[in-house]
Design a protein around this ligand. Structure first.
Ligand SMILES: Cc1cc2nc3c(=O)[nH]c(=O)nc-3n(C[C@H](O)[C@H](O)[C@H](O)COP(=O)(O)OP(=O)(O)OC[C@H]3O[C@@H](n4cnc5c(N)ncnc54)[C@H](O)[C@@H]3O)c2cc1C
Length: 498
């Protein structure tokens, strides 16, 4: 089945036995878990969107597999035949238009879920590996691209979610992988067999760890001679022996366990991250896409990061739409929607949000064909996009909190609203303009709290800062890609300098 529904996706998760922990306890069924479940709903939305009643949205979410998909061999199921309709989240970009569609789709989903829908990281890894395995085979005579195509066919035909695992835990940031006190602080090959390798290490902050079927591992930084054991890329099922997930805490996460929906802000959707541990995991060679080619690690990292920095131009603009809407509603419910500074602050939020989106579209429109036949974003513009994303959501959050007022952080609970002793007081004293129920005003305050201070802020703020690399990582690429010589020539010409 190349195009699953959200329901079919949820069913596909139920038959698995993951080694996953949260708050010291085993997570038996992530989809039914009160804290993790909302993030699984966000991923399910990436499936449902491919069956959307609106044909424009449906078309955005669908693509055609363009590969003779070979003999499969990566797992159960049949390979998707060439030309079969697949979910865009498993597609290899074939044109600049595909890159643009990616950003538009991400905006739709950011707006629908108000959260990180977790499926972009693996998608970006697929696209980066497509190019890099092709490049390695052409230069080195390896067979990584063929192996990768078989894995891709499996992902497309089964409509799978992949976790994109790049970030190593890194220990002492000032020391190279091999110079760490513990060599496992960067994931590495510890044994090589005839038909498999064994890897050990851990990947930090893994988005959608428990909502993914497969984990695609990549190195975290450019590597050189002597660092071959760290130059490894592969895919393993999330249920593989030796893979352990330890889910991270999020601000106010326990509201999902103990509080009524009103206090959760965005009760249906969410995101989660986990520390993913590879405790001597055996990887069959037909799932290994780089093993020792240290010179290619940096190229893979740069391409993955480039695609992922593009992604933020879509998804965070979508979440920004929700925040703008919530801020506008708060102002309306407070009775200040007509004030000139309020209108101006909303204009500023729109301007900031569209700046992110414009950057996502720009790096996509300027995309170019690679020797592998797929398309890649303009790297300079993608890095400018993400650099903006490291700042803009913080300013948007400030403006939304400004417009919401102090209730955004002092609002009494849903239980106090339900209590016969205090409920009437809250209905009377938390009312804003006539005609708007106090409860609706409370809901919008909670949504702004959620996105700027609560669980939703994880995806909207620090993820915008660090996801796909901290700000300095983009500045390095911008510095490398900057056309400074061209700029100097232009200046010299105008100034009459020979
Ligand atoms: C919510 C969230 C989701 C994420 N999802 C994923 C995911 O799905 N997959 C994935 O692979 N990664 C993911 N990441 C990881 C993200 O890419 C990293 O957080 C990012 O690369 C920064 O790494 P770090 O967190 O280890 O911070 P650090 O690298 O420790 O950075 C902290 C600060 O130290 C600076 N610094 C670090 N090293 C050096 C150095 N050598 N010299 C000078 N300064 C240095 C940085 O510039 C930064 O200012 C996610 C992160 C977040 C927050």
């Amino acid at each position: 089945m190349a195009l699953k529904t959200g329901r079919e996706y949820l069913e596909s998760l139920r038959v698995r036995d993951l080694d996953a922990r949260y708050l010291g306890e085993k997570v038996v069924d992530p989809a039914l878990h009160p804290v993790i479940g909302p993030s699984i709903n966000s991923v399910a939305a990436t499936y449902d969107v491919a069956h959307d009643p609106d044909p424009t949205v449906r078309e955005l979410a669908r693509a055609r597999s363009e590969h003779p998909t070979g003999a499969g061999g990566q797992g159960p199921g049949r390979p998707a035949p060439e030309g079969e309709v697949i979910n865009r989240f498993t597609h290899i970009h074939r044109s600049a238009e595909d890159l643009v569609k990616k950003v538009k789709l991400q905006r739709v989903l950011g707006r629908r879920t108000g959260s990180c829908f977790q499926r972009c990281v693996g998608w970006d890894a697929l696209n980066a590996l497509y190019i890099t395995t092709h490049e390695m085979d052409a230069a080195l005579g390896t067979s990584y691209h063929r192996r990768f195509l078989r894995f891709l066919a499996y992902v497309q035909s089964e409509d799978l979610v992949c976790q994109g695992a790049m970030t190593d835990v890194k220990g002492d940031r000032g020391a190279r992988p091999g110079a760490q006190e513990d060599p496992d602080l960067y994931l590495r090959v510890v044994r090589r067999g005839d038909d498999h390798i064994v890897v050990r290490g851990a990947k930090a902050h893994q988005t959608g760890a428990l909502s993914s079927h497969e984990i695609i591992v990549m190195p975290t930084l450019a590597l050189g001679p002597g660092e071959e054991d760290y130059a490894v890329s592969f895919a393993v099922p999330s249920t593989s022996k030796g893979v352990v997930f330890i889910v991270g805490r999020q601000a106010a996460d326990l509201r999902c366990l103990y509080d009524p929906p009103l206090d959760r802000g965005n009760p249906r959707f969410g995101g989660h991250e986990a520390l993913t541990i590879f405790n001597d995991v055996e990887v069959p060679l037909d799932r290994v896409f780089m093993c020792g080619e240290a010179a290619y690690a940096g190229r893979l990292v740069e391409r993955f990061a480039g695609f992922h920095r593009q992604s933020y131009g879509g998804c965070k603009a979508g979440v920004g739409d929700v925040l703008i809407g919530a801020a506008a509603l708060a102002a309306e419910y407070n009775g200040v929607a007509g004030a000139s500074h309020v209108k101006d602050k909303l204009v500023e939020m729109v301007h900031l949000n569209e700046t992110i989106y414009a950057c996502g579209l720009a790096c996509s429109s300027e995309g170019r064909k690679t020797p592998a036949g797929s398309y890649i974003i303009d790297l300079l513009l993608a890095n400018v996009c993400k650099q903006n994303v490291t700042r803009i959501p913080y300013e948007m959050a400030r403006l939304a909190q400004d417009l919401a007022g102090g209730l955004v952080c002092t609002l009494p609970s849903a239980r106090d609203l339900a209590s016969p002793e205090t409920g009437e007081f809250l209905l009377k004293y938390l009312k804003g303009v006539p005609g708007v129920a106090a409860e609706d005003r409370m809901k919008v305050m909670r949504l702004i709290e959620h996105l700027t201070l609560g669980r939703g802020a994880v995806g909207y703020l620090p993820e915008s800062l660090h996801g796909a690399g901290s700000p300095q990582a983009q500045r390095l690429v911008i510095g490398r890609q900057a056309p400074l010589e061209e700029c100097k020539r232009a200046a010299k010409t105008l100034a009459g300098i020979a």
